[in-house]
Design a protein around this ligand. Structure first.
Ligand code: FAD
Length: 473
């Protein structure tokens, strides 16, 4: 029976990034993944010149740790920065309106009523408040007013984050804004201070993908760093032992088992719940209660001549209040070939359209034809498109993104407490610590340091000698 320092279950970005960090430190690690390929949600499809992303389209980063991770992974040369198309659009009264990202131009924008502008200007004078369970809509209305929720933050939370602003936990979904209020008493004041600090630290926000799309990142982590990635391993059982965990998986070659000092479960919450049910009914229940929103991505390719709009931006979001959104309508559209020139063949355009989320649960049931009809019903008038798309690809995610809804913060505190009763077990996936790739990489760095410390303090017999860490007294 082989023995490992760490077994990572699940080969998505959460699991792979931890594996890469630990392997760098010479820990004896394996990744067991159900599918035969790495990446989990992150998969790129490069056919006929169109490079489409099944899930994450880019990394949006403002954390220096992520830059360090990319550099240490040898991926700096493969990075493809997003084109400098700063415009973001929002659909308002059936028209595309630019949504300025800077405070001054934002206030001057014609999309706000005078009352809405005056309410925004009050923000620095609103006293601190709110509980750890405050929802996004309560937080935004309290600080910036209803109009900002309906016209800007609501579409952002319901679109890219797939959540319902009325239910989503503000401190988990908008941690930066909530932290600014806590620290500086006001979002505007916090932004101002951070802008000055940023000049000093040089940590600018940047968005990027990679040479062959997001798959470059996960493939590189799985295959280029000495990580032992084992596809086709569906973990079915975990048993606690004296020194750690005994893990069993179904593989194409039959059942396989391993002993590992530390186990990282980087699988969706409901799978973790099933695997842990025999060890802690309470923990399993907490995990099982984490709900996911379904999501659909409909990629459409056009000849450039079919579109009159200059596509001079990132894309657009639609509004869920006061707009024409139905239960199945489009949440937003990314103008992928404007952002990354290598995502469409020369002379062609790739538009990736997003449906679903907590507020549109019916979208996943729509047929391909229905999705394309809905897409074209929205795109054609907004972008002046003539004719039908010449390329269509559709990706459905039944469990698209976890929902940080309700008393999420307290549930995560409870989960952390329960985990202390299962030594050597770690839960690291996108239902904890953030859904974005940036958050996943930051969590991986913290978690791998913690795991290395655990191995170091518990290991006297095997593989400690391989660790580069200095023994702790
Ligand atoms: C449509 C969409 C668009 C997105 N866009 C962006 C974006 O632009 N930018 C961004 O930063 N983020 C984006 N995200 C979020 C991001 O892609 C995900 O949060 C992230 O990829 C999740 O990684 P993970 O490793 O936590 O989970 P997963 O990728 O789900 O990995 C879990 C892995 O566990 C495996 N597994 C399950 N059960 C078992 C078992 N029993 N044994 C072994 N293995 C098992 C699965 O096969 C899977 O590979 C998007 C997500 C979606 C759905």
């Amino acid at each position: 029976m082989s023995e490992l320092d760490v077994l990572i279950i699940g080969g998505g970005i959460s699991g792979l990034s931890i594996a890469q960090r630990l392997t760098r430190e010479d820990a004896c690690v394996e990744v067991w993944e159900k599918e035969d390929h790495p990446g989990g949600k992150i998969q790129s499809d490069n056919r006929d010149g169109y490079l489409t992303e099944q899930a994450a389209a880019m990394v949006l980063n403002f954390r220096p740790e992520v830059n360090r991770f990319i550099t240490e992974s040898g991926l700096d040369d493969c990075k493809k920065p997003r084109a400098d198309t700063s415009h973001r659009y929002i659909v308002n009264h059936g028209q595309l309106n630019k949504l300025p990202m800077k405070l001054g131009p934002m206030m001057a924008s014609g999309m706000w009523s005078t009352r809405g502008k005056l309410r925004m200007m009050l923000e620095p004078f609103i006293p601190k408040g709110g509980s750890s369970n405050e929802t996004v809509s309560e937080f935004i209305i309290r600080r910036l007013g209803r109009e900002v929720l309906d016209k800007a933050m609501g579409p952002y939370v319901a679109g890219p984050l797939a959540s319902d602003p009325e239910l989503a936990n503000a401190s988990s979904i908008l941690p930066r804004l909530v932290a600014l209020e806590k620290r500086y008493g006001s979002i505007a004041m916090g932004v101002f201070v951070h802008r000055i600090l940023k000049r000093k630290t040089g940590t600018e926000t940047e968005a990027f993908s990679f040479q062959d799309g997001m798959a470059t990142l996960v493939k590189s982590l799985a295959y280029n760093h000495g990580v032992c990635f084992r596809g086709g391993h569906t973990v079915t059982n975990l048993l606690q032992t004296k020194n750690g965990w005994h893990v069993t998986a179904d593989t194409t070659a039959g059942e396989r088992s391993v002993n590992a000092r530390q186990v990282v479960l980087s699988v969706p919450a409901n799978i973790a719940a099933t695997l842990l049910a025999a060890h802690s009914a309470e923990l399993a229940k907490l995990l099982d209660d984490i709900k996911y929103a379904s999501l659909v991505v409909a990629h459409t390719g056009f000849d450039k001549t079919a579109i009159k709009h200059p596509l001079d931006g990132n894309g657009f979001l639609t509004q869920s209040k006061g707009g024409s959104n139905s239960k199945t309508s489009l949440n937003g559209c990314l103008w992928m070939s404007s952002l990354f020139s290598n995502h469409a063949p020369p002379g062609k355009t790739l538009l990736s359209n997003y449906f679903g989320g907590a507020k549109n649960p019916e979208a996943i049931k729509l047929s391909d034809d229905c999705l394309i009809n809905e897409t074209m019903k929205t795109l054609a008038p907004l972008l002046s498109i003539h004719g039908e798309p010449e390329m269509v690809r559709i990706n459905r995610h039944q469990q698209g993104l976890p929902l940080y809804h309700g008393d999420y913060y307290s549930r995560m505190q409870q989960l952390k407490k329960l985990l202390t009763q299962l030594p050597g077990l770690h839960l690291e996936a996108n239902y904890r610590g953030g859904i974005s790739i940036r958050d996943r990489l930051v969590c991986a760095m913290l978690s791998s340091e913690n795991i290395l410390r655990n191995i170091q303090s518990s290991s006297t017999t095997y593989s400690l000698n391989k660790l580069k860490l200095e023994p702790q007294n």
